[in-house]
Design a protein around this ligand. Sequence first.
Ligand SMILES: Cc1cc2nc3c(=O)[nH]c(=O)nc-3n(C[C@H](O)[C@H](O)[C@H](O)COP(=O)(O)OP(=O)(O)OC[C@H]3O[C@@H](n4cnc5c(N)ncnc54)[C@H](O)[C@@H]3O)c2cc1C
Length: 443
Amino acid sequence: MSTGQVHVVGAGLAGLAAAVALAAEGRPVQLHEAARHAGGRCRSYLDAELGCRIDNGNHLLLSGNDAAVSYLKCIGALDTIADPGEAVFSFIDVSSGERWTVAPNRGPLPWWILRPNRRVPRSRARDYLAPLTLRRADPSATVAEVLGREQRLFRRLWEPLAVAALNTGAVQGSARLFWQILAQTLGRGGAACRPLMPRAGLSETFVEPALARLRAYGAEIRFGARLRALKFGPHAVSQLEFDTGSIPLDRGDALILAVPGAVAARLVPALTVPDAYAPIVNAHFRCLASPSEPTFIGVINGAAEWIFRKPEALSVTVSAAERLVDRPADELRDLLWQDVALAYRLPAFPVPPARIVKERRATFLATPAQLLRRPKLSTRWENLLLAGDYVDTGLPATIEGAIGSGFAAAQHVIGVGAPDGSPCRSPRRDASETTTGRQRALT
Ligand SMILES: Cc1cc2nc3c(=O)[nH]c(=O)nc-3n(C[C@H](O)[C@H](O)[C@H](O)COP(=O)(O)OP(=O)(O)OC[C@H]3O[C@@H](n4cnc5c(N)ncnc54)[C@H](O)[C@@H]3O)c2cc1C
C-alpha cells in the first residue's frame, strides 16, 4: 500500500483503468503517455482517405467480461455500448452459403443445446459438452490436442471461438486459457455472452469518457511523455526519466508501469515477458449494409473470420493472421470483400473503397510456452507494479485482461478494494464541477 503520488505510465486500457480506479479513491494520479493520444491498441481515429472514423481493430466485448463492464460503469460509458439483449451469433459457411445462428439461453443450465434451431446444423447436443475436457487439460496442451480437429464442431464453432479469443491458432493456442474464456462467458449462460459493441467507436466508449473522468478528478494527464529509463534503489524505484526531464519518487509514491510487455522488459532489469506475437488484419470497407442484417457474422471456410456492420463501414477481422499479413493490401481487399459481399448479400463488384490495417504485434502468442513468460503484477521493487494484457491475468491478451490488470494494480496500491466490492466507486461529481480534483474525489 502506498500513500503518496501514483504515477501511471501508459494510457492504454490497463493504464486508464488503473488511473481511473485510483483517482476515484481520491489518490493523486499522474498519467504519462508516450503518444499524443490515449487508448493504445484499442482506439478509433478519422481515416481521412476513407472519409470516416474507424477502429484500429474490431474489438468484441461480451457481457460476461466483468472488469470491462465495471470499468464502463466507472467512467459512465455504459450507454455508449449497444447491447442486443440476447446472445445470438450468426454464422455463414462461405463454401456452401449455409447460414445458421448459435443462440445460448440466458441461464447457466444450457437447455439451448437440445434445440436444433439454436445450434450448428447437424451437430448433436453432446458435441457441446466437449469443451468441459479443457478444464482439466494439461498446462502444456493446446486447444486442438484436447478438442480434436476431427471433432464435429471443431471447424464450425470451437476453432473460430478459440482463434478470436486467443489470437492464436487452435493448433498452438493454450487449452487452459481457452477454458478460462469459455468459463467466464459461455459457461455462465447467454446472459454472459451478449455481444457488446461500441455504438460510435472504441475511443468514444473506452477512452474519451475515461480521460474526461480523470480530468474531472483532477488527475494530471501528460501526452508525449515517453519513459526512457527508471532508476532503482535497493528496494524501490527512485526516479522516472522521461525525454522531457526526470521525476523523483518520494517515499510513499508508487509507479504502475502499464506499457506493452516488450517496453517493460527494456525498462525493468531481468523482467521476463512473452516474446512471440500474433498479427491481426482488419479491413474496413466504406459501404452500408441493410440494418436488417446481423451486426456481426462469423465466417467459416473463408479468408475473413468475423465481419462487423458499423455505422459507415463493414469491417473484417482476421485473427492469428500469419497467412495474410505479408500479402499486399490490394490483394487482401479483393480477397476479403468476396466473403463480405456473400455474407451481407452485396454485389461482388465493384469492390468499395477500403482500408487495410495490419497489426503485426497485435497480442502475444497464447501458446502454453508463452504463458509461462507472463510476469506477476508485483515486482521485487516495493513501489513498482506492472499492468497490461501481457501480465499474468489468467486471461488472454484482451480488453478484459488489460482492464482487470489495471484494476488489480490500483487495488494493490490502495491496499484494499472499494467498500462496495467494485474496483472503483462511482464518481460523485461530474466534469462540469469546479472544485479541485482532490476535493472532488473526497467529497
Ligand atoms: C487489431 C486488434 C484487435 C483486437 N481485438 C480484440 C477484441 O476483439 N477483444 C479484446 O478483448 N481484445 C482485443 N484486442 C486486444 C486489446 O486491444 C489489448 O489487449 C488491449 O488494448 C491492451 O491494452 P494495454 O493497456 O495492456 O496495452 P496497450 O494498449 O499497448 O497500451 C500501452 C500504452 O503504453 C504506451 N507506451 C508505450 N511505451 C511507452 C513509454 N516508454 N512511455 C510512456 N508510454 C508508453 C503506448 O503508447 C500505449 O498507449 C485487439 C488488439 C488489436 C491490436
